[in-house]
Ligand binder design. Sequence first.
Ligand code: TYD
Ligand code: ZN
Length: 398
Amino acid sequence: MSPCRVCSHPIREFFDFERQPLSSAFPRPGELDQEYFFRLAVGMCESCTLVQLIDAVPPERAHHQGYPYHSAASSVMCKHFEQTARRFLETELTGADPFVVEIGANDGVMLRTCGDAGVRHLAVEPSGATGVRAHRAFFDVDAATRIRDTDGAADVVYAANTICGVTDLRPIFEGLDVLLAPDGVFVFEDPYLGEIIERTSFDQIYDEHVFFFTVRAVGALATRYGFELVDIERLPVHGGQIRYTIARPGRRAPSPAVADALRTEQARGLAELVTLERFAARVQRIRDDLVALLHELRAGGARIVGYGATAKSSTMANYCGIGPNLIPFVCDTTPAKQGRLTPGSHIPVRPVEAFADPYPDFALLFAWNHAEEIMAKERAFREAGGQWILYVPQVHIV
Ligand code: TYD
Ligand code: ZN
């Protein structure tokens, strides 16, 4: 049995997706022999209850072909990051000459909004390519020390969709201990295990999501590394996330939301293996239903295309064995993905203009986390008689 990445106790496996590719490595048609595969399996730590991947992709493999995240592709995500900045400006960045740091930085929308309000800000991001002032490094004690020596302590350190992919969390917390002001906060948001189970959104599980947090597991994690979980907030974005606020111990009174969430998690059995085994059974059901539906529609002569070449849909397509035989192409707004193939499943990625040229009979929504935004934008597809196929929380047609 593999040891937990945080507390070293054994991890109990509850699902094995078997051989899976890197979810953001979109090969060119001539590069298929170079694809890297690993065993995608998940389990829960017997002791601290943290749900995590059993095998992680070695770091020298993981970063070879990632795509920078573009919140600009989603107006909902842009608004989300702007609102996050405004919240920080109102509640945390209120002292004299405040300083905000983002780990990962996405495409810089949060930091730019703070910068526009005159607040000192810095991205800590190895690629640096975010259009904001950046320290090009992974966040650890060394980076934190350099930043503190140059800019002073940080009032807020923020990370969105980043911490769940960091296999070794200790350097993050060691860095926070160096960089955070005495009353500073570390705020991070990631997909929530409770939501993944509720929606059976199994495709949140892929190489770049190593941890699937709960309030209980994050509370234990914070304590272990010398901090305290003082607040949580549910977020609707990306299929349901939680934003965790972590402070130095005793500096802030924990909000009632933390205790409430712990009670809810207990009632829902989120720390019990049997809950995850039931989830696993529902995942298999989704696969069987989806594959049967696609075959049935194709047999009836229907044309089906995919919409949104997300990282998460890599798990769906590869686990279900869906390739170009069932879905001739998937359309996506990201230029760097267009002209390439989906990882492992080898479905050609085409620009969104291909969607209406002509409209298919059905569109399988790979980017279901943006369902509302995409369906609103593509209203003409439904008006032309087209139908959306969703596979979360179960296979259904709308
Ligand atoms: P994302 O939300 O980042 O999900 P993941 O983390 O699983 O990759 O990816 C959304 C993808 O969908 C991205 O490739 C851009 C694409 N997309 C569209 O093609 N059209 C749209 O309207 C939106 C919102 C996204
Ligand atoms: Zn553990």
